[in-house]
Design a protein around this ligand. Structure first.
Ligand code: F3S
Length: 655
C-alpha cells in the first residue's frame, strides 16, 4: 500500500501520469463554493453553457458577507442560492457557519476528493480527504466537466513524534512549520502527516494544521483517517460515513521531515506575514487594542471551550475589545447546551454569529495604528480592513490569556491548562441547509433561472496574446506579494465580487493608490514581481481585475500555485524571470518588447524580452503544461470555450 496521497490520486485519476510536476486530471467527488468567489463560479458555469453539475455533491456557503451591509451582498446571495436551486447544489445559509468548518462537520468523507473556491479548502485533509483550493474558473470547469487539473505534487511525509507540552496547541505546530519553511516552502508539495504523534492530535487540531497548509503554499495537506477520526464522526452523528484511510507501512515518499511535537513552544506570528514567527517570550507585554478568536483555523468546539474555560471567572481587560466567532452553528448549539456561552458573556467577550466575521476585514476593523491579536491564519498588510494594521497571529489559549492581561501574555503563567472535554454531542439540527433537487436529469433542463442582481456584470472575456507585444511596466513589486495586496478585501471591495470592471479599480489600492489610474492609461501593461507572487487567498479578482486593466503579462521570480492557474485562466501570461536576477534589470515605467510570444507559449521554450529603455535582453520562461499553454494562447478559459463553440457552429453550417 502506498501513501495516502497516491491512493486517493490513483482512485480518482482521469488523465495524466503520476510524475511529479506533470499535469494530472482528477475526478472530484465534492465541490465547495463560498459567497465571495462562488457567485462568480456559477456565472462562469453559465457562461460556459454547462447545463448541469457533473460533480456528485456541490455545496454553496453564505459565510463571508453575512451582515449583508448592502443589497449588492444580498443580490449575490440570492444569485448563489437560486443558481444552486437551478443546478441542484446544496445551500448552507447565512448563520450556518464558515464553509470549511461546516464542510468538515457535515459533508467530509475520508478518501474523497474535494475542490473549493477558497484556498483553505485544504482543511478537509484533516479527515483523510484530498482537498484543493482553486480559483472560481477552475471550479466552474470542474463543476461543468467533472474534472479538475493540477500538477502532480511532490509528496512529503511529515513524521510526527512525541506529544504537545502543556499550553502548546495545534496552532503552534503549524506556526512552527511556517517558521521553518516560510510562506513559500510548500510550493508544489503535499504535506502528508504520519507517525506516532498523529494519534495524539484530535480532528479539530488536525484541521487547524491542515488549514494553514494554504499559508505554507502547499498544494494540500492530508492526515490519516483513523480511530480518532472515527470517534469524531461518531460525535457528529455521522459514523456511517467514516472510512479508514492510511498509508502503507512501506509507502514511498519524495521526502520525509521529522517533527517532535514535544520540542515545540508557544509561538506568535508578528505583523504582517504568517511566517514571521517568534517564541511568545519575544512578544510578551506588547499592548493590545483588540483580541479576536475564530476563523476557519480556530473556530472549533475545542477552541471555544479553551477560551471559555480560561475566561471563566475572569474579565476582559478594559483597554481592549475581545470578540469571538464560532466556526459553525453546530459549535454554537453545543456551546449553548454546555454552558460555555454564559461564561464567555460574563467575562465580557462579544459573541458574534458563526461566520468569517473579521477575518476578511468585514467587521471589527482595527483603528489606525492599533494592534490586534487574532487566532486567524493570515495577517498580510491591510487584510483586516485597515491600511496600516498590525495584526499578530496566535492560538486561542494565547488569545484568552492576552484578553485578560490587556497585552500579549504567555498562557503558561496561568497554571495548569484546562483539559478539553468534548461536548455530549456535536449533532446539529438541519436548520440552515437547503437540499435542492437536481434538474431534469436526462434533458438537463433547469428548474428556474438564477436571479441576477442589477449590479452584476457579464463575465469579461480575455484576449489572445499577440506574437509581437510592447508592454508598459505599470508596477514593480517585491517578494511575497499576496492576493490581499493585489485585490484587497474589506466591505467596499466585497460588494463588487460579481462586477469585475468595478472591483478592478481597487487593485493594489493600499500598496499603490494610483495603480488602476495608471494602468488604464496604457493599452498593454506588465507587472514585475519578486518571488512567490500571488500567495494567499485563491481570490480570482487578483487576476480578472488586472485583466480588465490591460495587464497582459506578469514577469516574476516565481508564482504561487493557485494564482498562476488564475492568471492562465484569464489569459494573462505568467513569465518566470530566468535567472531571477533579471528582476534587477527592470524598473517601473520601462517599455518591454516581447517577440515571438505565441511561439514561446506553443513550444514552452525560453524567450528573451528586450528592455527598450536600457537595451538589456532578459531571459524568461513560461513553465506551463500543454493544456495551460492552449488556454493562455486562446486568451483564457472563456475565450477558449467561446472559440470552441464558434468552431462547432461553423463546422455544422459547413457540413
Ligand atoms: Fe473565512 Fe477567513 Fe477562512 S475569510 S474562509 S475564515 S480565511
Amino acid at each position: 500500500m502506498t501513501s495516502i496521497t497516491r491512493q486517493i490520486i490513483g482512485s480518482h485519476l482521469l488523465a495524466g501520469a503520476e510524475i511529479t510536476g506533470e499535469a494530472i486530471q482528477l475526478r472530484p467527488d465534492q465541490v465547495l463554493l463560498q459567497d465571495t468567489n462562488g457567485p462568480m463560479s456559477f456565472l462562469q458555469l453559465e457562461a460556459l453553457g454547462s447545463p448541469r453539475l457533473r460533480v456528485p455533491r456541490v455545496v454553496a456557503y453564505v459565510d463571508h458577507n453575512v451582515q449583508q451591509v448592502d443589497c449588492r451582498n444580498s443580490d449575490d446571495h440570492r444569485y448563489l442560492e437560486t443558481a444552486s436551486a437551478r443546478y441542484g447544489a446544496i445551500v448552507s445559509k447565512a448563520g450556518n457557519g464558515i464553509c470549511h468548518q461546516v464542510h468538515l462537520e457535515t459533508f467530509s468523507v475520508p478518501g474523497e476528493v474535494l475542490v473549493g473556491t477558497d484556498s483553505h479548502t485544504v482543511l478537509c485533509g484533516a479527515v483523510g480527504m484530498l482537498a484543493f483550493g482553486a480559483g472560481s474558473m477552475e471550479v466552474a470547469v470542474a463543476m461543468g466537466t467533472g474534472a479538475y487539473w493540477l500538477a502532480m505534487p511532490r509528496i512529503v511525509r511529515i513524521w510526527l513524534t512525541g506529544s504537545l507540552r502543556p499550553w502548546v496547541t495545534a496552532k503552534d505546530v503549524v506556526l512552527e512549520l511556517l517558521r521553518r519553511f516560510s510562506v513559500h516552502g510548500g510550493r508544489g508539495k503535499v504535506f502528508e502527516f504520519d507517525g506516532p504523534g498523529v494519534a495524539a492530535l484530535t480532528v479539530p487540531q488536525r484541521a487547524t494544521i491542515a488549514n494553514m497548509g494554504a499559508e505554507l503554499g502547499l498544494t494540500t495537506t492530508v492526515f490519516p483517517s483513523d480511530a480518532v477520526t472515527r470517534a469524531y464522526f461518531e460525535l457528529l452523528g455521522r459514523e456511517a460515513e467514516w472510512r479508514p484511510v492510511r498509508a502503507g507501512a512501506d509507502a514511498a515518499y519524495d521526502e520525509t521531515i521529522e517533527l517532535d511535537l514535544s520540542s515545540i513552544g508557544v509561538l506568535v506570528a508578528l505583523p504582517s506575514s504568517p511566517d514571521r514567527v517568534v517564541p511568545i517570550e519575544e512578544a510578551v507585554g506588547t499592548p493590545l487594542d483588540q483580541v479576536i478568536v475564530g476563523s476557519c483555523t480556530n473556530g472549533s468546539w475545542e477552541d471555544m471551550y479553551t477560551v471559555a474555560r480560561i475566561m471563566r471567572g475572569k474579565q476582559v481587560h478594559p483597554a481592549l475589545s475581545a470578540v469571538l466567532f464560532p466556526g459553525s452553528r453546530r459549535v454554537m448549539e453545543a456551546m449553548a447546551r454546555e454552558g460555555l456561552t454564559a461564561d464567555l458573556l460574563t467575562a465580557g467577550i462579544q459573541i458574534a454569529g458563526a461566520s468569517c466575521g473579521a477575518c476578511p476585514g468585514l467587521s471589527h476593523v482595527p483603528a489606525s495604528g492599533t494592534r490586534s491579536l487574532r487566532t486567524f491564519n493570515r495577517n498580510f498588510p491591510g487584510r483586516s480592513g485597515t491600511r496600516d494594521d498590525a495584526v499578530y497571529l496566535c492560538s486561542p489559549a494565547v488569545a484568552a490569556a492576552s484578553a485578560i492581561a490587556g497585552a500579549i501574555a504567555d498562557p503558561r503563567e496561568l497554571g495548569a491548562p484546562p483539559d478539553v472535554v468534548p461536548p455530549g454531542s456535536l449533532r446539529s439540527s438541519p436548520a440552515g441547509l437547503v437540499h435542492n433537487a437536481a434538474p431534469g436529469a436526462a434533458s438537463g433542463e433547469p428548474t428556474a433561472p438564477a436571479i441576477r442582481g442589477p449590479h452584476m456584470q457579464p463575465v469579461p472575456i480575455g484576449q489572445a496574446p499577440e506574437d509581437e507585444l510592447i508592454v508598459h511596466v505599470v508596477l514593480k513589486v517585491a517578494d511575497n506579494i499576496s492576493t490581499d495586496h493585489i485585490s484587497p478585501v474589506g466591505v467596499e471591495a466585497l460588494l463588487l465580487r460579481t462586477n469585475i470592471p468595478a472591483i478592478a479599480a481597487h487593485s493594489f489600492k493600499y500598496l499603490d493608490p494610483t495603480f488602476a489610474t495608471r494602468a488604464k492609461a496604457h493599452p498593454n501593461n506588465a507587472i514585475v514581481a519578486g518571488a512567490h507572487y500571488g500567495q494567499g487567498s485563491s481570490r480570482e479578482t487578483a487576476a480578472s481585475g488586472l485583466m480588465v486593466l490591460g495587464v497582459r503579462v506578469i514577469l516574476a521570480r516565481s508564482f504561487a500555485r493557485i494564482h498562476q492557474a488564475n492568471l492562465v485562466n484569464w489569459g494573462i501570461v505568467p513569465l518566470q524571470l530566468e535567472p531571477p536576477a533579471g528582476y534587477d534589470a527592470l524598473e517601473q515605467g520601462d517599455e518591454l518588447q516581447i517577440t515571438g510570444l505565441r511561439g514561446l507559449l506553443a513550444s514552452g521554450k525560453p524567450l528573451t524580452v528586450v528592455n527598450l529603455r536600457t537595451g538589456a535582453a532578459i531571459d524568461v520562461a513560461c513553465a506551463l503544461s500543454p493544456r495551460e499553454r492552449d488556454i493562455v494562447l486562446a486568451g483564457g478559459v472563456l475565450a477558449q470555450a467561446r472559440a470552441a463553440v464558434a468552431h462547432a457552429v461553423q463546422t455544422a453550417a459547413d457540413s
